[in-house]
Write a protein that binds this ligand. Sequence first.
Ligand SMILES: NC(=O)c1ccc[n+]([C@@H]2O[C@H](COP(=O)([O-])OP(=O)(O)OC[C@H]3O[C@@H](n4cnc5c(N)ncnc54)[C@H](OP(=O)(O)O)[C@@H]3O)[C@@H](O)[C@H]2O)c1
Length: 263
Amino acid sequence: MQVQDSRIVLTGAAGGMGQILARTLHSKGATLALVDANADALASMVKELDGAFAAPGDLSSAGECKVLAAQCRELLGGVDMLINLAGINSFAAYEDEAADKIELMMHVNLLAPMWLARALLPEMQKQNSGHIVNVGSIFGSIGFAYFATYSATKFGLRGFSEALRRELADTGIKVSYIAPRAVKTPMNSDAVMRMGEATKMNMDKPEVVVAKIIAAIEADKKDTYFGFPESLFVRINALLPRLVDGSLAAQNRIARAFAKGEK
Ligand SMILES: NC(=O)c1ccc[n+]([C@@H]2O[C@H](COP(=O)([O-])OP(=O)(O)OC[C@H]3O[C@@H](n4cnc5c(N)ncnc54)[C@H](OP(=O)(O)O)[C@@H]3O)[C@@H](O)[C@H]2O)c1
């Protein structure tokens, strides 16, 4: 769907990729409702982005997602596109992962996109047009050691995107799943950055990723995976996962010390 003149709800708008995405969508002529937990950052963004609206709130609750969806619809006078960008990660050995962190990640990364899509879909169906864009991760196709919860949430988001897309195939509503590889943003802790260096993990600049996200949206891409060789590994992992077990084994042994806070 074209970005120009679209009314767009963008979650995670105050984050590392969100701020750049918001500015770029605005410069391309979109009207934006910016959703994020960081109300102060949203307030300064709407001062800068003429005509954009701030909708601060916590996406981890079903009730608040429903309220936020209604508020965004009201502010924009309708919604053409929902971009589910907000997300959180955790780099930890699974035995150290707190139960409430697991629940929070499921809520923010998987359930919030599902709740928001559920709230906004009926209106898109009435107008028989719309675009639901779910930002996942390469970790949504390749389960990564020490990112077990994060991987599970993004696998779920990919499955939801595929099923909903098939369900809406005979309508004017598009569903896109966009999966970046690692990106240099505040989402990645110092431990992730150090592990990334030690394992030679590829990391993209957020500006580059945002440009690719917008290109994927405007081309109505169904599934998009960024970066080589990661996008190739997605295919290989689907066909020959045992081969990928082997090729990640050495990297996983290095990553463990970082995940356990020993390095
Ligand atoms: N960075 C990467 O390496 C990478 C790679 C692949 C995919 N992705 C995906 O790309 C998306 C954006 O990531 P990013 O790197 O831009 O992350 P980021 O810089 O951490 O930004 C995420 C934003 O979401 C907000 N948020 C978190 N929990 C929220 C909640 N409960 N309610 C409302 N807002 C909430 C955060 O607000 P607070 O900071 O105030 O909590 C933050 O502004 C995520 O879905 C992520 O999984 C990232």
